[in-house]
Design a protein around this ligand. Sequence first.
Ligand code: FES
Length: 130
Amino acid sequence: MEVVNRLVTESLPDYLKNLPVPKSLFGFARLSVTEWASLVPFVGAVSIIVYMSVQTFKPKPPPQKTPVNLKIQKETAKVVNMVDIEDLGEKVTYCRCWRSKKFPLCDGSHNKHNDETGDNVGPLVLKRKS
Ligand code: FES
């Protein structure tokens, strides 16, 4: 911690005090090559700090909106499936990933979708009590 203290309280002020910063913008035109070279580390450090600050606080782009349903009955405004509860049988498996070729029933396409995307969707299984 003593090193940091010495850097902040002694070295940095001495370094800044000795920088050839002119009192006006026109003064930059009168700086020598050596004086310009001595400004390079300071300008570089300030540039990095400004760049990192801007990167940290700049607004993130909004997430892209991706539809869940990519191809099933796209010609309709809303996909609705009605099933008579008497026709369910002992067990039926409904798709929740919207990738099944037998939609609304699950055909296992969710496995390929999960492998490709890292998703974890699975079907809705309706089963009568035995
Ligand atoms: Fe979609 Fe199985 S195919 S949940």
